[in-house]
Design a protein around this ligand. Structure first.
Ligand code: CLF
Ligand code: SF4
Length: 500
């Protein structure tokens, strides 16, 4: 089996220091950085312990830890206008080709194979391809067995919430510590524009009646989970013209009820997916519209901004899907009773390395807030980075398949989302002009791209499009973004002085 463990290798074997990089001085000359997002000081110690290695519930953790989904839940009990059952559940995944549907036995085999190869694996989630609780026995049998053979992973579920109140007791008993509920509306008039029908208590309900039942069950399940101490995340699909403005009410309501995170996901709508919205021309929001809504919600329920809308069979770090390496035909047959002692040690050592890396990153970040604080309040910019994990700028521009975007101003450096063109620029030694055009379109509004290296041709095209480039090999992302911002604002001030 092909093995790809990029972030582990980059941290464990190549932990770069300024000395090993041969850097006479830091890329940021003052050695400054920025406060990293999702740090332990942002939450109670017991909560930190529960989220510090969950790549979705903790933004910092997504640089270091991986999740995998096992597609054991094909059935669903509602219909969403953004879903076509031929594809994965769009509540918790990007519509793609149908996943390999697994029995609980097959799922456990797959989990063990991934855990042995991917020491970053910290969470096993069930997110479809239908609803995790529409046929709960398959979901619970899988969770029970995974907890038995791999006690160091967290168990995570995603559900539309209709069946949730019936299963909270079992969820708690099985030690499922993290649950996501997709709530797109609390106003049933709006819900009726999203859900044509639900199936409940042996009957089909449509329109406002169906949307009311769904809303009531979602909120009841949420309250029960919060009361039981389960960490709840709410996902909402942002649908322009239908629920985009209403999501402010949803955010306030779920905050009031004690959710840990609210994840607003852009509608993915394409006629090729055969969904109602795709076929009727309902568009998804632009990155700018999504950011504007998220900015309006600051002060409400805490927002997740690093979601990748991953598939129901996704494997690996968020944003780098390794699922093709772990199809059933590549996994050994037979029962698995647990990891080998070597693999157990490998996973333990990885966590120790991450602890050290996180401490180092925070230390490097301490001075950054001071550095960016000298900027005028109105100065801000969006900066995209090229990374393959570890919280560092560690790939060439041509290899980047997605671009995390950070906003920087006098208050600090914050991740605001990801831009994902359909393909990367470099194709085995040569660059593709069409891909470059798509990347430039995807980066609209971004002031600069920071990478390990960028070739002359893409650099020139980006600069012609008004996007600057800079190289910060192996530097921490926040440190590099803060240094770039400082240098640019200082240069602008200098230019102003010279022309005054
Ligand atoms: Fe999976 Fe979801 Fe658990 Fe994460 S995904 S069930 S909470 S382990 Fe994560 Fe993927 Fe976004 Fe979901 S990036 S789609 S939020
Ligand atoms: Fe599709 Fe998921 Fe909605 Fe069910 S809950 S209809 S699987 S998007």
């Amino acid at each position: 089996m092909q093995r790809t463990i990029v972030p582990f290798q980059s941290i464990a074997t190549a932990r770069p220091t300024r000395e090993t990089q041969g850097m006479a001085k830091p890329a940021c000359a003052s050695g400054c950085g920025a406060k990293v997002e999702g740090s332990p000081e942002d939450m109670a110690p017991e909560v930190w312990e529960r989220v510090k290695d969950h790549p979705c519930y903790n933004s910092e953790a997504h640089h270091y830890f991986a999740r995998m989904h096992v597609g054991v839940a094909p059935a669903c009990n509602i219909q969403c206008h953004y879903c076509n059952r031929k594809y994965d559940c769009a509540n918790e995944s990007r519509p793609g080709v149908v996943s390999e549907r697994l029995s609980p036995d097959q799922a456990v085999r797959k989990v063990m194979a991934v855990a042995a190869q991917v020491p970053q694996l910290s969470v096993v989630g069930i997110a479809g391809p239908g609803d995790a609780l529409a046929d709960p026995e398959r979901t619970f049998a899988t969770c029970e067995r995974v907890a038995h053979v791999l006690p160091d992973v967290k168990l995570c579920l995603s559900t539309n919430g209709l069946a949730l109140p019936d299963h909270v007791t079992r969820i708690v008993a099985l030690g499922i510590s993290h649950v996501t509920i997709t709530i797109n509306a609390i106003d049933p008039e709006i819900g009726a524009q999203i859900y044509p029908w639900i199936s409940f208590a042996g009957r089909r309900f449509t329109g406002v009646e169906g949307a009311t039942i769904l809303r009531d069950r979602q909120l009841l399940g949420l309250d029960m989970l919060v009361a039981a101490g389960v960490l709840v995340k709410v996902n909402s699909v942002m649908i322009p013209g239908i629920n985009d403005q209403h999501l402010k009410e949803v955010n306030a309501e779920v905050k009031r009820r004690g959710v840990f995170l609210h994840n607003i996901m852009p509608l993915i709508s394409d006629p090729a997916h055969g969904t109602h919205y795709g076929l009727t021309g309902q568009r998804g929001p632009t990155p700018q519209e999504l950011k504007a809504l998220q900015d309006e919600l600051s002060g409400g329920a805490a927002l997740m901004r690093h979601c990748r809308q991953c598939r129901a069979d996704a494997v690996g770090m968020l944003g780098s899907d390794q699922s093709a390496e772990f199809t059933l035909d590549r996994i050994p047959e037979g029962e698995s009773e647990g990891l080998s002692p070597e693999d157990v040690v490998k996973r333990k050592v990885y966590r120790e390395i991450v602890e050290a890396e996180r401490a180092d990153r925070r230390q490097a970040a301490e001075a950054a807030d001071d550095m960016v604080a000298i900027a005028a309040p109105e100065e801000k910019m969006l900066v995209a980075v090229c990374t393959q994990g570890g919280g560092r700028i560690n790939i060439h521009f041509g290899k980047a398949t997605e671009f995390p975007v950070y906003e920087v101003d006098s208050r600090g450096v914050r991740l605001i989302g990801h831009r994902r063109p359909r393909t990367n620029y470099c194709k085995g030694g040569y660059g593709e002009d069409d891909a470059l055009g798509e990347i430039i379109t995807a980066l609209e509004g971004v002031a600069a791209v920071l990478s390990v290296k960028i070739g002359n041709r893409p650099r020139k095209r980006l600069e012609e499009a008004g996007i600057k480039t800079a190289e910060y090999p192996q530097e921490y992302i926040e440190t590099a973004v803060a240094a770039y911002f400082r240098d640019q604002t200082e240069a602008a001030t200098e230019d102003g002085r010279l022309t005054a």
